[in-house]
Design a protein around this ligand. Structure first.
Ligand code: LLP
Length: 432
């Protein structure tokens, strides 16, 4: 459920009509609903109720500071994968003991930052990382709390680019090598083993792969405990899918996911950590865009929008489906006709949908891409020198710009022309 609904024939974010945001901020623009973000967080809290747990929001899905602040105020921990994300978590007021550091290629500088700034645990993905972390921790006179991310060789049955739990993927330590890796960790004075970590992929639409992976983790927990390791936390990763296509998709509910967690690992007495990103942010956001032109092609019509692949790359990158709906509610019984929905960027990949049945739309009309709150703004770029897409957060009847669109001067001023090419900064013309 989300809070993007038609009221009096106009699509609203909570109580704010979207045309009001378009008029104030311009398009394209991402619009997030605080009530939906809050609701999704609480759904996970309820799913794990009764189990000791911490929900570590995977901020890679949407790392706007306002979103993070909202999550932090609800009590969320954070899953971070880079120095930048760690700094964002801190800037949003998340204490170090609620931050989990994941990622397959952490640098020593990142380790140092997290160790000195405070960290709940590092999810270690390889033996060389373990050695380096030990050295960095010892150099600071500290011990690094760790879980080893195991790769359970389970098929998550999702898009190949976002499946992570097969042995051919770059992630984690193969589960067959886990006991040796834990033995190595236990012998390192700068390392403190606190748990096991697993994450098998993103946009999972079935529970069976979770059950398979969690069962392997439960078995490993017993083995490692028998060998003397203090396994007190299990980080089960993220990945629960969301309905992108309202008319077809019915991914598992968080409640049922919670039941799988309970059934597979509930008896172990561990604190459970989960790292959901998409399910919290995905359907809490839309991308609002305007039709620039409607153009008749040969045998097809194109709706050319002012949003493009640089603003929302998922369709170009993963052939992802996003529902696109008009902001002005179509008349009941309005005829649908297939159109190609495209952006203005100079490549054919800049196509959001092909032959999509849409009600009549023309130049100037507003449309909303649904399910765009996760992996939308965070993956945006300035390709074609299009300013980075802004973001707005709505709460009830008010909204705030939580990331402004940069001006063209701000964009241009990030580059410098070296002296030896002439036309130094002082002599350059302003853009407009
Ligand atoms: N934990 C780890 C270690 C991860 O790698 C990820 C996602 C998550 C948690 C969160 O997964 P979620 O609950 O959001 O599914 N850009 C792609 C998705 C990449 C996901 C990467 N890792 C997309 O747009 O579909």
């Amino acid at each position: 459920m989300d809070h993007f609904l038609y009221r009096d024939g106009v699509l609203h974010a909570e109580e704010v009509p979207l045309p009001e945001i378009a008029a104030a901020v311009g398009t394209p623009v991402y619009v997030y609903s605080a009530a939906t973000l809050t609701r999704h967080y609480r759904v996970f809290e309820e799913a794990l109720a009764g189990l000791p747990h911490l929900i570590c929001y995977a901020m890679k899905a949407n790392s706007n500071l306002a979103v993070l602040r909202l999550m932090a105020s609800l009590g969320a921990g954070m899953d971070v994968v880079s120095e930048g994300e760690y700094r964002r978590a801190k800037a949003a007021g998340v204490p170090g003991e609620r931050i989990v550091f994941s990622g397959v290629g952490k640098t020593r500088a990142e380790m140092r930052l997290a160790l000195t700034g405070g960290i709940r645990q590092f999810n270690v993905e390889s033996e060389p990382e373990l050695i380096a972390l030990n050295e960095v921790a010892l150099s600071l006179g500290l011990r690094a709390p760790i879980a080893i991310r195991v790769n359970p060789d389970v098929d998550a049955r999702t898009h190949a680019k976002i499946a992570t739990g097969r042995s051919e993927n770059k992630f984690g330590v193969p589960i067959a090598r886990a006991r040796a890796a834990y033995a190595e960790a236990a012998a390192l004075p700068g390392i403190e083993v606190v748990g096991i970590d697993v994450h098998i992929g993103s946009q999972l639409t079935e529970l069976a792969p979770y059950a398979a992976a969690f069962a392997k983790v439960a078995e490993l927990t017993d083995l490692l405990r028998a060998e003397g390791h203090d396994i007190r936390r299990l980080d089960l990763g993220g990945g629960l899918g969301i309905p992108y296509r309202r008319s077809n998709d019915a991914p598992p509910l968080p409640f049922d996911y919670g039941e799988v967690v309970r059934r597979c690992v509930g008896h172990l007495g561990c604190e459970i950590e989960i790292e959901p990103g998409r399910l919290i942010a995905g359907n809490a956001g839309i991308l609002l865009a305007r039709v620039i032109w409607r153009k008749a092609g040969e045998g097809r019509d194109f709706l050319i929008l002012d949003a493009a692949m640089n603003d929302l790359v998922r369709p170009a990158m993963y052939d992802a489906w996003h529902d696109v709906i008009p902001v002005e509610e179509p008349m009941a019984g309005a005829e649908l006709a297939p159109v190609d929905i495209v952006g203005p960027v100079c490549e054919t990949g800049d196509t959001f949908a092909r032959g999509r049945p849409m009600p009549p739309l023309g130049a100037g009309d507003l449309v909303a891409f649904r399910s765009a709150g996760a992996y939308g703004a965070v993956m945006a770029s300035e390709y074609n020198s299009r300013p980075l897409v802004p973001e707005v957060l709505v709460s009830g009847d008010h909204f705030a710009v939580v990331r402004a669109r940069p001006s063209f001067d701000e964009m241009l001023n990030r580059d410098t022309i070296p002296e030896w090419l002439g036309l130094g900064p002082g002599r350059r013309e302003r853009s407009g």
